[in-house]
Ligand binder design. Structure first.
Ligand SMILES: *Cc1c(COP(=O)(O)O)cnc(C)c1O
Ligand SMILES: [Zn+2]
Length: 433
């Protein structure tokens, strides 16, 4: 006997999580261009220039970008795909890969501002994404591209958050996946990357070892490595963290932003987004300064900035901020030049300062950030103390991940005020009444 399941017609509502949504739009991407020598290539899943081996970047048809309006974006779905007309993949809602990432809160942070002596401060809280880090944005775009180019296996080299984002999105789209991480990751991140049922591979080495291995695998297998061969598509997903802040501020740019740096991609793409919005007239093209944040235990970009050079020398990472622990950052030199060009700076903070930053944000704003957020908040404080960041100018700090992923970092200091027997007498004796 066969059962026929009656499927009720879904009634779309603003309250329903809109996983895809919106109308198909035209792909504005025109091709790929070399960030170093300017050589151009047709749009395809490749990432290095054949002439000079520098990274490739998506270039756009400026006419198509200029045709995008605030109204069209505002009428789109309540997720990153409202910006589909400014992205290089995922234009058809029917085939895009999406868990509904994006449209995360921009929190006005008056209590933190008061504590730091600032006038106007916001926290862009990307821990609110489906897998609790900003990596959901880049993965949604990268896997949409992978699917459009016909890949059936997707993969990545990850410091933790990327692995979970790839696993979750691939699972939801029915794509086969293999994600590779350093074996010494935080337990919560390992579990979170493994639970979706695909292949998680723990490599005995640093992230840079994992990355090298992935480049080798990528040259042998026909797989879409989100941060190797489809990296140009992946990277564009980070632009949405710039677009969203501008839209949430009422279509204008903040004066200062503080951004964590791992490979440097996120920082450079927030700059690309702000510049693009000004150029196509969606916001007034006003000046802004981009500040970078690193952990001292992995601070090659901060060091290059301080030394006044674009040469980012690789380091061997040793920090509790594992999601930022890339010793040889692919976009490090570009991140340095963005910070210099915009009048920003790069700072770095110790592991103790990272923990203090996590607690400061939690205590003042009720936001529990992962170690990367602790890096960013503490770098904000340091940049203010050094007089590099203007306390009177409107500032946005990016929290890119959830504290529940890195509880080990604060486990020794975030403890119960008392442990007591279940009686009122014991409660009173603990001195908490
Ligand atoms: C990956 C990551 C970043 C920064 O990434 P880039 O490689 O610089 O683009 C920042 N915060 C968290 C939590 C991350 O996982
Ligand atoms: Zn080139």
């Amino acid at each position: 006997m066969s059962l026929t399941l009656e499927r009720p017609t879904p009634t779309p509502s603003r309250l329903v999580v809109d996983l895809a949504g919106g109308q198909p739009v035209r792909n504005p991407a025109a091709g790929l261009s070399c960030k170093h020598c300017g050589a151009t290539y047709s749009l395809s899943p490749v990432h290095v220039c054949e002439q000079c081996w520098a990274p490739l970047e998506i270039s756009y048809d400026e006419k198509l970008l200029a045709a995008v309006t605030r109204e069209a974006i505002e009428a789109g779905p309540r997720n990153l795909w409202r910006y589909a007309a400014l992205l290089p993949a995922g234009h058809d809602p029917a085939t895009r890969v999406s868990l509904g990432a994006g449209c995360t809160p921009l929190r006005r942070s008056d209590r933190l501002a008061a504590e730091l002596g600032m006038r106007s401060l916001w926290v862009k809280d990307d821990s609110a994404n489906p897998t609790h880090s900003f990596k959901d944005r880049v993965v949604s775009v990268a896997l949409s591209a992978a699917r459009e180019y016909g890949f059936t296996t997707v993969a990545c080299a990850s410091t933790g958050n990327l692995a979970q984002a790839v696993a979750a999105h691939a699972a939801s789209a029915g794509l086969r996946y293999v994600v590779l991480i350093p074996a010494d990751l935080e337990p919560a991140k390992t579990v979170a990357a493994a639970v979706y049922g695909g292949s998680l591979v723990a490599v005995e080495g640093s992230y840079d070892d994992v990355n090298r291995l992935c480049s080798e695998i990528a040259s042998e297998e026909e797989w879409a490595f989100v941060n190797v061969n489809v990296r140009p598509f992946y990277a564009e997903g980070s632009k949405t963290l710039g677009y969203e802040v501008a839209e949430q501020l009422g279509w204008r740019l903040p004066r200062q932003v503080v951004v964590p740096i791992a490979s440097g991609s996120l920082l450079t793409k927030i700059d690309k987004a702000f510049t693009e919005l000004g150029r196509i007239g969606l916001v007034e093209a006003e000046p802004y300064a981009v500040f970078g944040a690193q952990a001292t235990g992995c601070s090659p970009v901060s060091t290059a900035f301080r030394d006044g050079t674009d040469d980012v020398s690789p380091v061997k990472p040793s920090t509790i901020a594992k999601s930022l622990a890339i010793g040889n950052p692919a976009d490090g030199a570009y991140a340095v030049s963005v910070c210099r060009r915009t009048g920003g700076a790069v700072a770095d903070v110790s592991d103790e300062e990272i923990v203090a930053g996590i607690r400061l944000l939690a205590r003042t704003e009720g936001v529990f950030a992962e170690t990367a957020g602790g890096v960013t908040v503490s770098c904000l404080r340091k940049l203010l103390a050094e007089g590099r960041l203007d306390p009177d100018a409107e500032t946005v700090v990016y929290n890119t991940g959830d504290g529940l992923k890195t509880t080990d970092a604060v486990a020794s200091v975030a403890v119960p005020a008392a442990t007591i027997k279940p009686s009122y007498g014991a409660f009173c004796r603990a001195g908490l009444a």
